[in-house]
Design a protein around this ligand. Structure first.
Ligand code: G
Ligand code: G
Ligand code: NA
Ligand code: MN
Length: 253
């Protein structure tokens, strides 16, 4: 089992690396962006997913450190894609525990400056439940991100407690439907209703829509018919490291 000292050592040695999962356009099937998902390349246990270490990172208040590393390593990768002529955007997950100080904003801007990346090419993902922790603080932080040009996604939409009617008060540019609804929608009419009404509300509020966890061609055609913008899921691409992502990207169209 993992000890705090391992995490400190891992952070120091740069063992936390970004994996990337493609997001494709339902209409054109072009790869438009990639979500950054952290993995721990552990010297003893091999590749670990966030489930095994994020709770420990949160509870020891190390999320700031991890987030900063992820921002820099993924911005570096984005710059490589840019200079190779690969027109792709990035989505980065943020935890609400990093809100409240301007350290996060400064880190993001510094990374953009250092690697010559425009904030407009980066979408910051925040879960619905993260907002609930401190609404006033979250609102202020989100507005600051927008002011600097970052795009903003509400992640895992439908799983939190924020009301549909509150959505227009936040400066989001994108809505990601939680994969639990996608998984159930063919059998469960209420899951289908949630998917449909989220999509139609998002459209009316001018938000880009992303369906997460698309695993079957049936789900893909359903969401395409519902006019969802972006597709993310194992059917198209499973999260991989940058090298495998590049290899996969070359094989598209
Ligand atoms: O692939 P997956 O097992 O990566 O990710 C599980 C969960 O871990 C995601 O739903 C996401 O909420 C969280 N996660 C993944 N990468 C990051 C990251 O870089 N930062 C934060 N804050 N959360 C992440
Ligand atoms: O941050 P967020 O909770 O949205 O992270 C997405 C999570 O969903 C990650 O853990 C990622 O690995 C996972 N994921 C992405 N696509 C699929 C999929 O098609 N099926 C399943 N079961 N999980 C997925
Ligand atoms: Na996410
Ligand atoms: Mn999600």
């Amino acid at each position: 089992d993992i000890q705090l000292a391992d995490i400190h050592a891992g952070l120091k040695r740069g063992e936390f690396i970004p994996y990337f999962q493609a997001q494709t356009c339902f209409k054109s099937q072009a790869v438009l962006s990639a979500e950054v998902l952290v993995r721990w390349q552990h010297p003893k246990y091999g590749l670990l997913s966030p489930f095994h270490f994020l709770p420990l990172i949160e509870s020891h208040r190390l999320m700031d450190v991890l987030t900063e590393q992820m921002i820099f390593s993924s911005a570096r990768q984005l710059a490589k894609w840019q200079s190779a002529g690969t027109d792709i955007k990035l989505s980065i997950n943020l935890s609400a525990s990093s809100f409240g100080s301007d350290k996060l904003t400064r880190g993001l801007l510094l990374a953009c400056e250092r690697f010559g990346v425009k904030p407009e090419r980066i979408t910051l993902e925040v879960t619905e439940s993260a907002l609930a922790e401190n609404i006033a603080e979250a609102m202020e932080q989100l507005n600051r991100f927008r002011m600097h040009g970052f795009a903003l996604a509400i992640d895992d939409f439908g799983t939190g407690y924020s009301s549909l009617t509150q959505l227009h008060n936040y400066p989001f540019t994108e809505l990601k439907i939680d994969r639990s609804f996608i998984a159930k929608m063919e059998q469960d009419p209420s899951a289908m209703a949630i998917v449909e009404s989220s999509l139609s509300l998002a459209k009316k509020l001018n938000l880009k829509t992303v369906a997460e966890g698309i695993e079957t061609p049936k789900q893909w055609s359903l969401l395409k018919k519902l006019d969802c913008d972006l597709c993310q899921g194992y059917l198209i691409h499973k999260p991989t490291d940058a090298a495998h992502f590049n290899f996969w990207l070359k094989q598209q169209h």
